[in-house]
Design a binder for this molecule. Structure first.
Ligand SMILES: *Cc1c(COP(=O)(O)O)cnc(C)c1O
Length: 390
């Protein structure tokens, strides 16, 4: 008999009841140190006092009206994002997948309204993850994710990750946009180099195509900058954001330049819940907190501390780990043993990590993880690695 919850996940037998900072407590009262943060979602940890207070306060006032009316919290969050990024305009969604859908629509519509109706193709890179909708799986082109769900939406081409020569060869008058994660998350914490990102920008400019960055996982302070592309000094035309921006409340966004968004007139897109008062109240508190240079400075300091410990962990356990990947607090341990074994061994030490592709264990802690919790995490990772050698 099928499970009452559709069995699309192989779940760990852990159920959590409450959380505080980087710690989660199970329904049976056991404490776990959380290095997954709900896959880079709980950017400020669990039950952050400011987020709890902002959400409770808004919950007592107003939950939902509709995008038929002005939504003051939405306006405030859009203004905050515009003030702190390349973007001129923002559309709010409830998830990263919905942001992917709008990114596709916005890019195609841009050229359609300019009279370039055949410019519909979007180029992506393998190992990418852009969400689970039919459009997002067609765009990422992963064999595993598309299997059985065809026919796929046409108009996408997937190239080898970071292959700029292949990209140059593919660019033509039918290419509307190129999409890339500056650091692949699901793909196993695989960054493109700053030089590659600069070249990507140049290739798009030469071909008159738009550059879409998917910063759903690597954005919102994870790299020690508000957004990952700032490290390369390159700006996109369109950017997808979700996960961390809601701190655990479902919230996503598409940020765009005025130029890229020029096709999106009234009536061209919409959302019932996107940009609702609850999500945007929390989003404002999250963005105000993370965009503070002092906060980002702390992310970089914590990253250095964590990374140093991880490098010595890898050196102590060369038969378990191969290398440390990533920047800021979007880190990965490339494993020699199966990554699922490492994640399991972590559970035994009451430590939560997240598997990724390419046999990587992802470490995506709350951005405000305490230094003492970093030390504790390193101890538990060491114990987990030791247990695998026994
Ligand atoms: C998680 C993720 C998505 C999809 O976001 P959802 O909120 O799960 O729909 C898209 N792109 C990247 C890079 C992600 O990590």
């Amino acid at each position: 008999m099928i499970a009452s919850v559709l069995p699309t996940y192989n779940r760990a037998p852990l159920a959590f009841e409450r959380g505080e900072g980087s710690w989660l407590t199970t329904t049976t009262g056991e404490r776990y140190l959380d290095l997954g943060a709900g896959i880079a979602v709980n950017a400020l940890g669990h039950a952050h006092p400011k987020l709890v207070s902002v959400l409770s306060d808004q919950a007592g006032k107003l939950w939902h009206t509709s995008n038929l009316y002005e939504v003051p919290n939405q306006q405030k969050l859009a203004d905050l994002l515009v003030a702190n990024t390349f973007a001129d305009t923002v559309f709010f969604t409830n998830s990263g997948t919905e942001a992917a859908e709008l990114a596709i629509k916005m890019a195609r519509k841009h050229f359609y309204e300019k009279g370039e109706k055949d410019r519909i193709r979007i180029i992506s890179f393998d190992g990418a993850f852009h969400g689970r909708s039919t459009g997002a799986i067609a765009m990422a082109g992963s064999e595993k994710m598309v299997k059985g769900f065809g026919p796929l939406m046409p108009g996408f081409t997937t190239l080898a990750f970071g292959d700029m020569a292949a990209l140059r060869a593919e660019m033509g008058a039918d290419v509307a946009a190129v999409i890339i994660e500056p650091i692949q998350g699901e793909g196993g914490i695989r960054p493109v180099t700053d030089a590659q990102l600069k070249e990507l920008r140049a290739i798009c400019d030469e071909a008159g195509a738009l550059l879409i960055l998917d910063e759903v996982q690597c954005g919102m302070g994870r790299t020690g900058r508000l957004f990952a592309h700032e490290l390369a000094g390159v700006t996109p035309d369109i950017m997808m954001v979700a996960k961390g921006i809601g701190g655990g409340f479902p919230l996503g966004a598409v940020l765009a330049t005025e130029h890229a968004a020029s096709g999106m007139a009234a009536g061209s897109h919409g959302s019932t819940y996107g940009g609702n008062p609850l999500g945007c109240a929390v989003g404002c508190a999250v963005v105000e907190t993370i965009a503070d240079p002092a906060f980002l400075g702390e992310v970089n300091r914590k990253s250095a501390l964590f990374r140093q410990g991880l490098e010595s962990l890898v050196a102590r356990h060369p038969e378990v780990f191969e290398e440390v990947r990533g920047v800021g607090l979007i880190l990965g341990l490339k494993c020699k043993l199966p990554n699922s074994d490492v994640v399991q061994a972590g559970y035994a030490q009451h430590l939560l990590t997240v598997p990724g592709a390419d046999n990587v264990v992802r470490l995506l802690p709350a951005l405000n993880i305490a230094d003492t919790d970093i030390t504790e995490a390193l101890t538990r990772l060491d114990q987990a690695a030791t247990s695998l050698k026994a």
